[in-house]
Design a protein around this ligand. Structure first.
Ligand SMILES: Cc1cc2nc3c(=O)[nH]c(=O)nc-3n(C[C@H](O)[C@H](O)[C@H](O)COP(=O)(O)O)c2cc1C
Length: 306
């Protein structure tokens, strides 16, 4: 039997497939389509220090091969998650939970890391890259010195592996990745959504109430693959790859680029039980190429010489 098990930051994942934060609720909504136990891990909605109602609607606009969203981190807050949601998840399901958090200040991130450290979450994923919050994520995610300082502070207060989630909306993703590594991150995840905008030509107004939003789905995948590979070659940290993965072939592509885990996100909106197809196709690929261990393909792309 082919090995699909992956060790990520010292945590064992039964397979390399996880979900992308904000596209999977807290998992319960999806369990009736495909049991959560099918996944190596699931990522929570983006948590904030206090509950948030999110942005005004419309918050989603369709685009060719993708969607533009400006949900704005609607969530019940980290304390409700720690007290009521996480205990239910670990009691009912056999999968790792990646708790995703977003803050407005270093203090908020530190407090959330302390609260999440007391839960059964396997990993803390620190979103420094959300483009939808006015005084938040972007400022952290685009400045290397701030990323290093924030990571170092949060790491001191985290009893769980700390994964820093990177924004693609930067000049050099490797510079930010190196800063997170220097700050003591245990892993990196990428990419978050690409900053975008749509305009209704009849009303001459933006389609999203927030004017701009984040682009996700297959449209962003080549950008994500390129960035995962650049980061893989620049740092030693294990990577969670994401951005438009909607098939087993896409998951393999991310792994060849350098991802150890791969998240399904927007693809789940169209096909909530996608995990079954993805696993079947990964196993077929492994059989076809006589691969015993999925770990052997991580970063195995052979670049052309210029
Ligand atoms: C509706 C929606 C909400 C999202 N919310 C979050 C969030 O709260 N925190 C976060 O780190 N990323 C969030 N993301 C980004 C995804 O986790 C992922 O990085 C991105 O969508 C690329 O993957 P995909 O193309 O497979 O969806 C969100 C994406 C979407 C589409």
């Amino acid at each position: 039997m082919a090995n699909l098990k992956v060790n990520y930051c010292g945590v064992e994942f039964k397979n390399p497939i996880v979900t992308a934060s904000g596209t999977f609720g807290f998992g319960y909504e999806y369990n009736e389509y495909a049991p959560l136990d099918e996944y190596g891990g699931i990522a929570s909605k983006g948590l904030t220090r206090r509950p948030r109602g999110g942005n005004k609607p419309p918050r989603i606009a369709e685009t060719p091969s993708g969607i533009l969203n400006s949900v704005g981190l609607q969530n019940p807050g980290v304390e409700v998650f720690a007290e009521y949601i996480m205990p239910g998840l670990s009691e009912q399901f056999d999968t790792n939970v990646i708790a995703n958090m977003s803050g407005n200040t270093i203090e908020e991130y530190v407090e959330m890391a302390e609260i999440l450290s007391e839960t059964d979450a396997a990993i803390i994923e620190m979103n420094i890259s959300c483009p939808n919050v006015k005084h938040g994520g972007m400022a952290f995610g685009t400045d290397a010195a701030v990323v290093e300082k924030l990571t170092a502070e949060v790491k001191k207060h985290s009893q769980k592996p700390l994964v820093v989630k990177l924004s693609p909306n930067v000049t050099s993703i490797t510079e930010i990745a190196r800063a997170a590594e220097a700050g003591g991150a245990d892993g990196l995840s990428l990419i978050n959504t690409l900053f975008g905008m749509r305009i209704d030509i009849n009303t001459r107004r933006p389609i999203l109430a927030n004017n701009t939003g984040g682009l996700s789905g297959p449209a962003v995948r080549p950008v994500a693959i390129r960035m995962v590979n650049e980061v893989y070659r620049a740092v030693k940290l294990p990577i969670i790859g994401m951005g438009g993965a909607v098939s087993g072939a896409d998951v393999i592509e991310f792994m060849l680029a350098g991802a150890r885990l791969v998240a399904l996100g927007t693809g789940l909106f169209a096909k909530p039980d996608l995990i079954f197809d993805v696993k079947r196709d990964i196993l077929a690929y492994m059989e076809r190429f006589k691969i015993d261990d999925i770990n052997s393909i991580v970063g195995a792309v052979e670049l052309n010489q210029a």
